[in-house]
Design a protein around this ligand. Structure first.
Ligand code: ADP
Ligand code: MG
Length: 323
């Protein structure tokens, strides 16, 4: 059995690091970092727990990707530029094959964002993975949840609901047959919208990343901003694969839209901005207007002008319901 220190050296410390702001990286009691004086630090952490966030037999390459992606998604939602990450790995057994594949997924995403792994921890125990990321934001900037204003348009990036459909497929709740692998890509390899976040930083009034479902996460913006919203369900972006489920009568529109509204794990951005500003921006992904911020603290879901009955404001909440 390889020791904890050999594993750290072989798999985590050996990855080439090029950032000049890392004065001292992995290997000492603390990392030493220098931060630019005109920037503020944006920090976030997230944990993936085996059996709650991923299946015990899930592909370790995908887990490595997702462990970093979920934290990067928080930086994206703030409009921060990613810089450093710490990684705490608790594993019930230190299988080198697993760690190797995990690292390949983790470092591929890390390199894409010019980040450096600056430290972490390794322990044996019930498996869980915690990443803690730090990014930079010019002083005074940052897309908060509290900035939405009546009249703002509401947008989302990418497509909603595919990850939740994949999970339902894996659990046997819906039969996605040969299409499961298409949906599973959304569940296993979410794309953190870092670049979109940077482009929106000086434009959006409020932003959040959608991890617990659109309704729940937009709900945080509404609560913290003290505003209401109207959402037009026919505008919610559904992937081709999801549209195909409807067209082929495997699921109804109402069923699919429920996944898009309340399913978790999308890791898309939901943001509000003054009308017509977003259309003139260059954003590197699909960006769809789905509704408008209202004054009243009301929340309306409309389908072709009629109130949609199937809506609930509840997304994924820990301790309320689990995978
Ligand atoms: P300490 O006991 O002082 O906390 P450790 O022996 O746990 O230090 O870790 C040694 C070094 O390896 C530290 O710099 C720590 O940040 C780093 N490290 C430990 N685990 C990981 C990991 N999974 N990924 C990256 N760095 C790690
Ligand atoms: Mg330690």
């Amino acid at each position: 059995m390889t020791s904890e220190f050999n594993l750290i050296q072989q798999y985590f410390q050996s990855h080439p690091q090029t950032r000049e702001d890392v004065v001292l990286g992995i290997g000492d009691d603390c990392a030493l970092l220098s931060s630019p004086s005109d920037q503020q630090l944006a920090m976030s952490t997230d944990t993936l727990v085996e059996g709650v966030h991923y299946y015990p037999n899930a592909d370790p390459h995908a887990i490595g990707h997702k462990a970093l992606a979920v934290s990067l998604s928080d930086l994206a939602a703030m409009g921060a530029t990613p810089a450093w990450v710490m990684l705490s790995l608790t594993l019930d057994q230190a299988k080198e094959e697993w760690i190797k594949a995990f690292c390949e997924g983790f470092f591929a995403l890390l390199d894409q964002h010019h980040m450096t792994l600056i430290g972490g921890n390794m322990s044996s125990g019930p498996s869980s993975i915690t990443t803690q990321v730090t990014g930079f934001l010019p002083k005074g900037s940052g897309m908060r949840r509290s900035g939405a204003r009546p009249g703002d348009h509401i947008y989302v990036t990418g497509y909603l609901g595919d990850a939740a459909l994949a999970l339902a497929g894996l659990k046997g709740q819906v039969n996605l047959s040969e299409q499961l692998s298409i949906f599973q890509k959304a569940l296993d390899y979410p794309v953190p919208r870092v670049k979109a976040g940077l482009n929106l930083r000086d434009v959006a009034h409020a932003a959040i990343d959608i991890s617990d479902g659109l309704i729940a996460d937009l709900g945080h913006i509404l609560e913290q901003s003290g505003v209401g919203a109207t959402i037009k369900l026919e505008h919610i972006p559904l992937s081709q694969a999801a549209q195909h489920l409807i067209a082929s009568h495997q699921l109804t529109f109402e069923e699919v839209i429920q996944y898009a509204l309340t399913g978790g794990d999308d890791y898309e951005l939901c943001f509000t901005a003054p009308p017509s500003i977003v259309e003139s921006l260059e954003i590197d992904c699909l960006c769809t207007r789905i509704g408008v911020i209202e004054t009243a603290e009301s929340f309306r879901l409309l389908l072709k002008g009629e109130a949609f009955q199937g809506g609930s404001r509840r997304g994924f909440e820990h301790f309320v319901r689990s995978y």
